[in-house]
Ligand binder design. Structure first.
Ligand code: NDP
Ligand code: MG
Length: 382
């Protein structure tokens, strides 16, 4: 039977690769609704190719314009439009590939409608993981990780008992600046930062990889998804990005998932789960060609943002909301050429220092803390 899919963030890097998978397996998957931001060219292309029932864009004016061009399609906009896409009655699976904590409310609404959630939008789990996981349990739905590390852990845990897992080992490529000293980071440019050695991704996550905050967000994401204590989550630098992550069990056996770096593999697995589908055009892993895999210890001094993420995770409550909101705001300032590279982590640290943790925050508190933190970070520039 064809799986009916709704997709948030269709015009982004993960969104377009999700569309590749839907196109490659048109008998298995059908795109029934999607959201985009401001990229109307790509939005039009996707509408023409897939004729979905509902499309949502960021701005009202854009929605009005598209409605004139595509009168048979329902058009929506803004956060309400994203919720409409996420909860579309025809869809059984939501792929959330939108960027940032803006994806939180639509995820929660989709869970309430018992949609299966394929989640790339890690900021949602960092900002309010406890709400997402509690809702998933209450409404008996499943959260399937799309992030390659979490998909690797999820796959390595298949058929195993969670209680017998002793450690999660996340691998990190090291990002564009892995060989630079902190001194050398003082003068790096946006273009340098956007030049990732292994993965082609959206701008924000590429900067997050350069600061190592991406791995920090992923440590919190892993804690939330797999309910592991922070002391049992480790990060190891692995330049080749071939081992996507590992799980150690109490008998010291370690399970890993390997493959060439291609996000379409974890995306497809989340779509086809619990089945696997062939991938005809994909590059297969050739270990002989690669020859050697390397592993190095992560330094918290060198990668200070990773330490901030562990600190925020251990502080718990609203502190991870602050970490995420401050990071989103600071990265946007860096991309807008308002601050330099090292100021990203400096601003995040200041936001965390100024915050008093609120335990077990509800949605309203989270939205309030998120907005307040972004505002505070913007004021730091002045
Ligand atoms: P992109 O920046 O490439 O895409 C973001 C998507 O969200 C676009 O469709 C964009 O629309 C849309 N969007 C952005 N802001 C808004 C808004 N205010 N309202 C509505 N829509 C909006 O990001 P990525 O695809 O790289 O990342 C998406 C998520 O997946 C992130 O959480 C990231 O951490 C995660 N992820 C990404 C990986 C990757 O390889 N890229 C790997 C693992 C996780 P538009 O472009 O039309 O404006
Ligand atoms: Mg990842």
């Amino acid at each position: 039977m064809t799986k009916q899919i709704s997709l948030l963030g269709a015009t982004g890097s993960i969104g377009m690769q999700t569309i590749d998978i839907i196109r490659e397996h048109s008998h298995e998957f059908k795109l029934v609704a999607f959201s985009a931001g401001r990229n109307l060219e790509k939005t039009r292309e996707i509408i023409r190719e897939f004729s979905p029932s509902l499309v949502s864009v960021q701005e009202e004016n854009d929605a009005i314009m598209l409605k004139k061009e595509f009168p048979r399609i329902e058009l929506a906009y803004g956060s309400k439009g994203m919720i409409d896409v996420a909860t579309h009655s025809d869809a059984t699976l939501l792929v959330n590939a939108v960027l940032g904590s803006i994806g939180l409310e639509s995820t929660l609404q989709a869970i309430k409608q018992q949609k299966t959630i394929a989640l790339a939008n890690k900021e949602t789990l960092v900002t309010a993981g406890h709400l997402v996981m509690a809702a998933a349990e209450k409404y008996q739905t499943i959260i399937l990780p799309v992030d390659s590390e979490h998909s690797a852990i999820f796959q390595s845990m298949n058929g195993e008992k969670r209680s017998q897992v002793s450690r999660l080992i996340l691998t990190a490529s090291g990002g564009s600046f892995r060989d630079k000293t902190r001194e050398e980071l003082k003068n790096v440019t946006i273009q340098d930062a956007l030049n990732h050695p292994n993965w082609s991704m959206g701008a924000k996550i590429t900067i997050d990889s350069a600061t190592m905050m991406n791995k920090g967000l992923e440590v919190i994401e892993a804690q939330v998804l797999f309910d592991m204590p922070y002391d049992d989550i480790e990060v190891v630098l692995h330049r080749e990005s071939i081992i996507h992550s590992m799980v150690e069990f109490q008998d010291t056996s370690v399970m890993a998932q390997l493959g060439t770096p291609d996000m379409r593999v974890p995306i497809q697995y989340a779509l086809s789960y619990p089945d696997r589908l062939p991938r005809k055009q994909a590059k297969r892993l050739n270990l002989v060609e690669i020859g050697k895999l390397h592993f190095e210890e992560m330094s918290f001094e060198r990668f200070h943002a990773l330490k901030l993420a562990y600190d925020a995770g251990r502080a718990g409550g609203s502190m991870t909301t602050v970490l995420n909101a401050a990071n989103e705001a600071a990265v946007a300032l860096f991309l807008g050429e308002k601050i330099n590279f090292l100021q990203i982590e400096e601003f995040i640290e200041r936001a965390m220092d100024n915050h008093v943790v609120i335990n077990n925050p509800d949605l309203e508190t989270i939205l309030h803390v998120d907005a307040k933190t972004r505002n505070a970070v913007h004021n730091m520039v002045k």
